[in-house]
Design a protein around this ligand. Sequence first.
Ligand code: AOF
Ligand code: ZN
Length: 340
Amino acid sequence: MQRCFDLAALGEGHTAPNPMVGAVLVYEGRIIGEGFHAEYGGPHAEVNAVASVPASLRHLIPASTLYVSLEPCCITGKTGACTSLILKEGIKKVVVSCLDMTPGVAGQGVALLKAAGVEVELGLLEPQGHFLSRVRNHFVTRRAPYVMVKYAATPAGCFAPQPAARAWITHPYTQRLTHRLRSATAAILVGTQTALLDDPGLDNRLFYGPSPLRVVLDRRLRLPGHLKIFDGSLPTLIVHESEAGAKTHRAAYLQLPFDADLLNNLLAALYERKISSLLVEGGAQLIQSFFDAGLWQEAIVYTGSREFEHGLPAPRVPGVCVQTEQIGTDSLRRFVPHSC
Ligand code: AOF
Ligand code: ZN
């Protein structure tokens, strides 16, 4: 199953809004085939695992055990149902780490296999399986993108210098990890002040894989066209309130009321666009509003070694730290909400 997880991770950044999935076929303790879901719309992990078995070993498939990181699908979406493939190949034992909460699957894949006489073991390395599939399972059950908040703070807990200015806190290596995070996230969000002050590209320049959809709040359409977000290099969505104001920059526009429901409405609009994950990169006020509304699933806080003489205090994460890692001179902490 660990091998399934490792294989699944090779699809990072390319499968959304589908999950990353890995599968391994084992005959008498020996792997005879393996595969992963490599891109959205492409063959599923199970299909690739079966297809990878050499012709000389194909006769062993019915006597092999199929390990899959996620419950095999029993619906026809962009591809055929994996449960049909399993039955067609005569596989008699399937080991699954966790359920696929997609409506129409959600336990029915396992039930269908069991009803057909296949022995199914569910729950192997389940916590790791849930972690791997957390974005997909959140997206389909909550009908909203999985929200990841990310920011850097100084050792004293400052977010930015005061008066406000663009300032770098972390090591360039940490920036590379941020770009990896961007490559694995469907959309990235910043507020107006961050777009103005930092002029960020909000793209993935420093890691393999794609860049996210750029989403920027600009209530009164004040952002000037020379900003990097308007360079036309990537899809960009400007969220605004006013009818008035020119919508002439290289971007798509989404009008929403900037009231108490803004964040919920924004998440609903992104869900409609099949955006399964959202990285909230700043500023402090926007991050705080996601925390206050309880609309976040994970927070990643980098602590650098730089200090400001006068600094704006960083938001306090209303959650528990589940992971700490040292990255050279910086540190990473991953938080989840208290209720998790
Ligand atoms: C699997 N194995 O490798 C993946 C699965 O639209 P489709 O055809 O790609 O299928 C969507 C469904 O398949 C949905 O339930 C999604 O969670 C699941 N993804 N399932 O058996 C895989 N990637
Ligand atoms: Zn499938």
